[in-house]
Design a protein around this ligand. Structure first.
Ligand SMILES: *Cc1c(COP(=O)(O)O)cnc(C)c1O
Length: 387
């Protein structure tokens, strides 16, 4: 089966990891700060805090903003559950903003209407998490304007979007947000096996992120409650976690980052190939807006309803039966049993549910070959038209 996504590991990647394994420090050594610096240089942000997953990154980003009980976080229903779970970890509530039917990102017009309503009812969100779905940047400038008007923080979930560009600036520069979060899971733009990072331009937020990464412990005398010069002394001043990334993982990330531009180049080449070949099929593709460059983490097609005799599920199964590992990103989060069990009434998410009834991710990853692409297109054509 051709998977929908897969890591690309080179001999250089392996050498870099082995070097750490032979060194003195497997964790809390030099590789993590080096990886943080390199990601910051790449995206143009001031500070990076590496952690053990994208989920942890979202969690400490929310903690750093003081999200807690009585607060609301809004995100897109078409995302991985982690984009919403981070609020629940903090004791806050979650609500969802419907997607734009063309970009599959959170719709800014819908958001605006929802904000107007929330203001009237006195329940404006404290944090909004826009997700750059499939690598396609959200309309950050508009989101930023709304954040100024309605007073919410923005944490970009850029798990799909390291290497994507919005208005000529790499995602992660945080011009229009407080923080940006990346994931380095194997299917993501680069991998550390498991791993994530928060980037920000705020010194204050960085301090908090570092604190929550390591138990809430500090060795900085400026942050301590009491004055104590003893060399062993440290203080726990808040309740944090052990979310540290190891140097073994960071070493893989350092090496992978040098390959990111090649990865993105190949992903975009594959996407172009699909676009050129799929226009005769009854499918709709994600709209890439001008001013944005998608890193093409996913390549999603929507099968036009009633265009074939087969149901969405039948098409999906037939693709897999023919060796093409299609996937569905994502089941709308608000439909998950856990979210349904919370007793919250989620409203006006029709576009997300319509999307869910039609969407399918075709394989896209750097090592996908041209022969693979031909096979995928021919299987899809057969399943949709011939069979
Ligand atoms: C992968 C992913 C995450 C979580 O990242 P992990 O590193 O797997 O914890 C969060 N949000 C989105 C949109 C993702 O795709």
């Amino acid at each position: 089966m051709i998977p929908y996504g897969r890591q690309s590991i080179s001999d250089e990647d392996i050498d870099r990891v082995v070097k750490v394994l032979r060194s003195d420090y497997l964790t809390q050594g030099q590789a993590v700060p080096e990886f943080e610096r390199n990601v910051c240089t790449y995206v143009g942000a001031k500070y990076g805090v590496a952690v053990n997953s994208g989920t942890s990154a979202l969690h400490i980003a929310c903690r750093a903003l003081g999200l807690g009980e009585g607060d609301y976080l809004w995100t897109s229903p078409i995302s991985f559950v982690a984009s919403a779970n981070c609020a629940l970890y903090c004791g806050a509530s979650v609500d969802f903003v419907d997607i734009d039917p063309n970009t599959y990102n959170m719709c800014t017009d819908t958001l605006k209407q929802k904000l107007i309503k929330a203001k009237r009812h006195g329940c404006l969100p404290k944090v909004i998490v826009p997700v750059h779905f499939a690598g396609l940047p959200c309309k950050m400038e508009e989101l930023y304007k709304l954040s100024q008007e309605y007073g919410f923080y923005i944490v970009e979930d850029a798990s799909h979007a390291l290497g994507s560009y919005y208005h000529d600036a790499p995602i992660g520069r945080c011009q229009y947000s407080d923080m940006t979060v990346f994931s380095f899971h194997p299917v993501k733009p680069i991998t550390t096996a498991e791993g994530g990072m928060v980037v920000t331009n705020s010194e204050n937020l960085r301090e908090k992120l570092q604190l929550f990464r390591t138990h809430g412990i500090t060795r900085d005398p400026m942050l301590m409650v009491s004055k104590n010069d003893n060399p062993w002394y440290y203080e726990q001043i808040d309740l944090g976690y052990n979310y540290r990334m190891s140097d073994i993982h960071a070493a893989l990330g350092i090496s992978q980052l040098t390959r990111l531009d090649d990865f993105i180049g190949r992903r975009r080449e594959i996407a172009q190939c699909y676009r050129d070949r799929l226009h005769e099929l009854p499918v709709t593709l994600q709209l890439e807006e001008s001013g944005s460059v998608s890193g093409t983490h996913l390549f999603v097609i929507r099968v036009r309803p009633n265009a074939t005799k087969k149901s969405h599920a039948q098409i999906f199964k037939a693709m897999r039966d023919h060796g093409v590992g299609v996937n569905l990103h994502y089941i709308p989060i608000h439909l998950q049993p856990y979210y349904q069990s919370l007793g919250v009434k989620y409203e006006n998410l029709e576009e997300a549910e319509k999307y869910y009834a039609e969407a399918m991710s075709l394989p896209v990853f750097p090592d996908l070959t041209n022969e693979n692409i031909e096979e995928i297109i021919s299987v899809l054509t057969n399943v949709l038209i011939t069979e």
